[in-house]
Design a binder for this molecule. Structure first.
Ligand code: GZL
Length: 339
């Protein structure tokens, strides 16, 4: 019994001792592991949180821009808080305030218009959160509200559109060219600069006459309304439609055809963005020139956010390289568009 009991007792006691020793070893190992992982936790870089206020979903361009930003945030391992403002500035301002409250590392937004951002950007500055402008710019007298602008050179896009028209007028040997313009959102950077680049370039060309500019707000439905009004007002006088984005152009084309004109032949059509749908219409001959405005800004945005988080210097303005496509070129060479 003894043996058995003692063995049992002794066995039980030594088993308890072994268990206790094992438990101590396990606790020590666990705490060492925790300590290490803790050290690893401390040394492991925290996931960058980026708050992005997107202005809306008004065009294929905008949808492509949002998709690219989401894809690149995943690729770079960045935590993205994306809010869609549905074309309302007040929604963008509210979103930026939420990002500040959440203490994100970096704020980015595509301002629907240039004015009215000083107060909320001062709040971000006071909170020590850097702000990146994506796609569009703001107008302010206050220095240092934003760290960087990543977006197209819209003025240059307007120049490319006008330079195409000058070449086209030369080839058609037209000595008087009457133009109607369908503009994007009033007071937005692309609207103001695409108009300025176009008009400044045509200024010296005596042949060119702008009949009227009307606001289509970058929307397909509004592009159709604008074209209907312009055709009712000017009819066969119209030689050229200069439209600030493909959506409005695609809205305008059926109106031109319904009025009995052949777009691309009776009326020269110049558009901007370069999405797949407009390129397909260009290839069909119903648009004459599409100036490219790439929405693929996600990589530059993520790289810039990481640099700002790390306290590194960033460029004040980053313009992506852009081109144009026209009926002067071999259009079969245009590769598939990603928006
Ligand atoms: C341009 C962008 C414009 C596009 C439109 O960078 O701001 O807004 O040209 C979009 O399609 O609505």
């Amino acid at each position: 019994m003894k043996g058995k009991y003692t063995t049992g007792q002794t066995g039980a006691r030594s088993a308890r001792l072994r268990l206790a020793a094992l438990a101590i070893i396990l606790v020590l190992m666990a705490s060492a592991a925790a300590g290490c992982s803790g050290e690893k936790e401390e040394s492991k870089p925290q996931r960058l949180i980026l708050g992005f206020s997107q202005l809306g979903s008004e065009s294929a361009w905008r949808i492509g821009n949002t998709r690219d930003i989401e894809d690149k945030a995943d690729l770079y391992g960045i935590g993205l808080m994306l809010e869609n403002a549905n074309q309302k500035q007040e929604n963008q301002i509210d979103a930026i305030r939420r990002f500040i409250a959440y203490k994100v590392d970096v704020i980015a937004f595509s301002p629907i218009v240039e004015e009215g951002w000083d107060n909320v950007l001062l709040e971000a500055k006071k909170a020590g959160i850097p702000v990146i402008l994506v796609d569009r710019d703001i107008s302010t007298e206050t220095e240092g509200l934003t760290s960087c602008l990543i977006g197209a050179d819209f003025y240059k896009e307007g120049v490319m559109a006008a330079e195409y028209l000058i070449r086209k007028a030369d080839s058609l040997e037209k000595d008087h060219v009457k133009i109607v313009e369908i503009t994007g959102t009033e007071d937005s950077t692309p609207m103001m600069q695409r108009q300025a680049g176009f008009m400044d370039t045509l200024l010296a060309d005596e042949r060119m006459e702008v009949l009227e500019s009307v606001n289509g707000d970058f929307l397909k439905s509004r592009g159709a309304e604008c074209m209907r009004y312009l055709l009712e007002t000017y009819g066969s006088e119209i030689d050229v439609v200069y439209s600030h984005n493909d959506e409005m152009t695609l809205g305008a084309l059926p109106e031109i055809e319904a009025a009995g004109y052949v777009p691309g032949k009776d009326i020269i059509i110049i558009s901007i963005d370069g999405g797949q749908e407009a390129i397909d219409v260009l290839k069909s001959g119903r648009i004459n020139c599409v100036v490219e405005c790439t929405p693929m800004l996600g990589s530059e945005l993520m790289n810039t956010a990481i640099k700002l988080k790390n306290g590194e210097e960033v460029e004040k303005v980053i313009h992506p390289a852009e081109t144009y496509f026209s009926d002067e070129q071999d259009l079969s060479a245009i590769t598939e568009r990603s928006y």
